[in-house]
Design a protein around this ligand. Structure first.
Ligand SMILES: [Zn+2]
Ligand SMILES: [Zn+2]
Length: 296
């Protein structure tokens, strides 16, 4: 069983922790694999952020420019400018080289979803030898929906409306069929903003779109370490995916080696609780199934 959501650099300005952004010295990828294997995983799927790669500037464009709220647009623009320090070419080369060294790794990418650019992004990524793509909604228009610095927007907009806008995009992402896995599918809850009941009416269109396009969903432990304090997706949401026949991966969303495959047993337990017996892995965008029973 793998960890199918792993980054090679923390966000933000370089603090001296790990190698400088865009550099992959000997042993760096190995450190992730070692930790993940020690925690019972059998492979690591690296999924660097597309928006962090300088090559993505052209294809993603200035997506914040159409945001009517100027404070949100400014935050998004500044955040992307600060964080766009990686090279897609060098990242791909580093993972392919690790594969060539015999490491149990997969080449993936975390693709940012914007309805207006997803077709261009798909065409842009086509020449690369990706094993799998995961898709994320990090921005609703120009609002960084999961970023603590602009979490006050939940009060301004209202939590229900924020959820509606977020899940409408998530549904569009699932319906696009552009990615293999939906990443942190209810990340809108990350900063702790909740509705009184799980919004089943908003979940359902996402589940149906994922089932129709054969897009999987990740069971991610990252939310346990955020104000949300729970896995993505919510147990009710995960059960709905299961009932619709949507496949799963397991994910840590690690940004440093020591977090690879973190809390994995909790993700496996949640998947089993929802009725899953298998998980999916990928090779050159083709699906392979592995029994969940093998998981420690
Ligand atoms: Zn993400
Ligand atoms: Zn991520």
């Amino acid at each position: 069983m793998g960890d199918h959501h792993v980054h090679l650099h923390p966000h933000g300005p370089y603090t001296g922790e790990g190698p400088p952004p865009g550099e992959y010295p000997p042993g760096h990828l190995e450190a992730y694999v070692e930790t993940a294997l020690a925690r019972g995983a059998d492979e690591v799927g690296f999924t660097e952020h597309l928006y962090r790669c300088v090559e993505s500037a052209e294809v993603l464009g200035a997506f914040w420019a159409t945001e009517p709220r100027e404070d949100l647009a400014r935050q998004a623009e500044a955040f992307v400018r600060e964080d766009r320090t990686l090279s897609l070419e060098r990242y791909v080369d580093a993972v392919v080289a690790a594969k060539d060294r015999g490491l149990p790794v997969l080449l993936g990418l975390e693709v940012d979803f914007f309805p207006e650019t997803i077709e261009a992004v798909t065409a842009f990524l086509e020449p690369y030898p990706f094993d799998f793509l995961i898709g994320s909604v990090h921005w609703v228009g120009g609002w960084s929906i999961d970023h603590g610095d602009v979490a006050w927007e939940f009060e301004r907009r209202g939590v229900r409306r924020a959820y509606e806008e977020y899940f409408a995009l998530e549904r569009e992402l699932a319906a696009s069929g552009a990615v293999d896995v939906l990443a942190h599918v209810d990340v809108v809850k990350k900063q702790g903003h909740r509705l009184p009941e799980p919004p089943v009416d908003l979940y359902r269109p996402v589940v149906e779109a994922a089932a129709a396009t054969g897009t999987a969903v990740e069971v991610s432990t990252a939310g346990l370490h955020q104000p949300a304090g729970e896995l993505y997706p919510h147990p009710t949401f995960l059960r709905m995916f299961r009932e619709a026949g949507v496949e799963i991966t397991l994910a840590s969303d690690a940004h440093r080696p020591e977090d690879a495959a973190r809390d994995r047993a909790l993700a496996v337990a949640a998947a089993k609780e929802a009725g899953y017996h298998r998980r999916v892995t990928f090779e050159q965008r083709r699906r392979r199934f592995r029994p969940l029973e093998d998981e420690p």
